[in-house]
Design a protein. Structure first.
Length: 591
């Protein structure tokens, strides 16, 4: 079936069931960012492969609501599918609900599959439409009957991490969660988000590409803890270990029936990380407390063991990246290289490192104007051949058993313009400003965002994405609750949080710049005015100086850059061959 035919089948099903509009979110029952093949519904229906978006289908219109990261990609992928791009004004919002309220009158019916919509999204749709007497049905699955060759759920084995890896036992983590439940006056708690489950029970798996998680749910009360996971996923030894930690193991398929039978007085669920189907299964006698998962806040603060492992992972990643950039410089112009082939080569260099498991996301190798697409993903149709000219942006990361990495670098392939050098230098200045920030305890992410943007704003430049996101320990590359973006938040930066700092600058049709490091929040010093914090840069990979316009940097920025590159050489050179170390010495020499 073509995408047009699939759209036609959905409309037929809508008409037969009296549905005026059908919503398809990009999600699964665990409200994951990255999805198992079974739940890539938007890609199957429309052809759009971006990781964020929502389809809305009526009898006379079919649209994809997505944000600025995907506008160009969406226009290309939706061509001829019957779907049109609708540009979100604010990233992550359900603006289509307002559109539906204007399009339909009283008595119309809007439907979605509650397994794919978060409680927060479902509430937004219902709160917008139901006061207008538009019916909302959150229990309609139109795809399963049409998607006849739909992939089954993954069957790959899962496993447990030991205490030497995690630095904290499951028993200890359960105690911490229960203490926070008591503060919220909740008797029980149901966890759907896969990285929260993985952190809490020290489980890892391969059910989702790039994310070492396993499809599972967890129920926690003050007396019990139950893991719902597919039979056969865990070894008997791992099940015995979980039992010893106070965790009962049941089959994954039992989770929804269990939720229906919960008889606690109260239950805490996270509206952003719980699907509507779970919420709507909870008995009416149970008081629902909607708050962030306690585990989400707890896992954001890395312990000393995790931090030590992550530093090791950064060395491994830096070695792989050094080998890659040296190979690229020496191969360009001699062999045919493309965006896809260099991404494969980079994965190969990472795979040579001890403890490598997977990439942490699909590498973004954006050459020339493709670099101006922040979430560009090369396809056979879009794949550029690299030449000895222009800028190349490489945003990539690795999953190691000792940590998760995420790094962006931009390099020159030759014949660089003054505009490109100036743009690069201004972005670098932002990266440096954010990285060397000193800030009072209790500061929020939007403050670091503004500090990072200040030198970029000063030149009347800007970028449309956030400055940074949290990152997991051998877990998801995007991890909350903390984030560095312009949106006001109550989430403070705490000691032990790891966050990216990644300002950018994008000239559509020309080039894109982004320079990204991961930083660790640490205590710095105190004065009569209070306690202050700063960042330790964890990422270990040289920052190209060939593109720097020194006239745009103050001495403090040059000092930071030179010191950082020297740090990179000192950390990586013992792990490199003589030729590789010599090459890196040239790349990291002071300017």
């Amino acid at each position: 079936m073509s995408h047009l035919q699939r759209l036609g089948k959905i409309r037929e099903a809508m008409q037969s069931q009296g549905i005026d509009a059908y919503i398809i979110p990009s999600s699964d029952p665990h409200i994951s960012e990255y999805l198992p093949e079974r739940y890539k519904c938007i890609a199957w229906v429309s052809g759009f492969t971006g990781s964020a978006g929502t389809l809305v289908i009526t009898q006379d219109f079919a649209g994809l609501w997505t944000d600025g990261r995907y506008f160009v990609q969406a226009n290309e992928q939706l061509a001829g599918t019957g779907f049109e791009l609708v540009k979100l004004k604010i990233q992550g919002t359900a603006e289509y609900a307002e559109w539906l309220s204007e399009k339909f009158g009283a008595g119309a019916q809007v439907a979605f599959d509650g397994n794919l919509a978060s409680l927060l999204v479902a509430q937004t749709v219902k709160n917008t439409l139901e006061p207008l007497d538009i019916k909302v049905n959150g229990h309609v699955d139109l795809l399963s009957a049409i998607w006849t060759d739909r992939p089954s759920l993954p069957q790959v084995k899962a496993y447990l991490l030991d205490l030497e890896s995690t630095g904290q036992s499951t028993q200890s983590k359960l105690l911490a969660v229960r203490q926070l439940l008591s503060k919220s006056r909740a008797e029980s708690h149901f966890i759907s988000s896969l990285d929260d489950v993985a952190w809490l029970l020290n489980t890892r798996g391969q059910d989702v590409p790039c994310n070492p998680v396993v499809l599972s749910f967890v129920y926690v009360s003050h007396e019990t803890a139950i893991l719902f996971i597919a039979n056969g996923k865990l070894s008997q030894s791992d099940i015995t270990t979980l039992h010893s930690q106070g965790v009962e193991v049941r089959d994954y398929e039992q989770a929804f029936e269990f939720v229906k039978a919960i008889d606690a007085n109260s239950i805490l669920i996270d509206p952003k990380r719980t699907c509507f189907a779970v919420y709507d299964s909870i008995g009416t006698s149970v008081k629902i407390i909607e708050k962030i998962n306690p585990s989400t806040s707890l896992k954001a603060i890395k312990n000393d063991i995790e931090i030590g492992h992550i530093r090791n992972a950064m060395v491994q990643d830096g070695v792989a990246l050094t080998k890659f950039f040296k190979w690229l410089e020496e191969t360009i112009g001699k062999e045919e290289l493309s965006e896809i082939s260099i991404a494969d080569k980079l994965r190969g260099f990472r795979a040579e490192q001890e403890g490598f498991v997977d990439v942490s996301f699909n590498t973004i190798a954006g050459y020339l104007d493709h670099g101006a697409l922040p979430h560009y993903s090369a396809t056979a149709q879009s794949n550029y051949t690299l030449k000895e000219e222009g800028l190349l942006l490489v945003d990539s990361g690795g999953q190691y058993k000792t940590g998760t990495t995420d790094i962006t670098r931009v390099i020159s392939l030759g014949n660089i313009t003054q505009e490109e050098k100036d743009d690069y230098t201004i972005v670098l200045k932002g990266t440096i400003e954010g990285s060397q920030a000193i800030y009072p305890i209790g500061s929020k992410g939007y403050q670091i965002d503004a500090i990072t943007r200040r030198p970029i704003w000063a030149t009347l430049r800007n970028y449309g994405h956030g400055t940074g996101h949290g990152i997991g320990f051998f877990l998801n590359v995007h991890e909350g609750p903390h984030v560095f973006n312009p949106t006001p938040t109550d989430i403070a930066i705490e000691e032990g949080m790891i966050t990216s700092i990644e300002p950018g600058l994008y000239r559509e049709g020309k080039h894109g710049i982004r320079i990204e490091n991961l930083v660790l929040a640490k205590k710095y010093d105190n004065s009569i005015f209070g306690d202050f914090m700063n960042f330790e840069t964890l990422t270990i990979c040289y920052i190209d100086t060939d593109l720097v316009n020194k006239e745009l940097l103050d001495q403090v920025h040059l000092d930071w850059l030179n010191n950082y590159n020297q740090f990179v050489f000192d950390k990586l050179s013992p792990h490199l061959s003589t030729a590789e170390a010599t090459w890196l010495a040239d790349k990291t020499k002071a300017i």
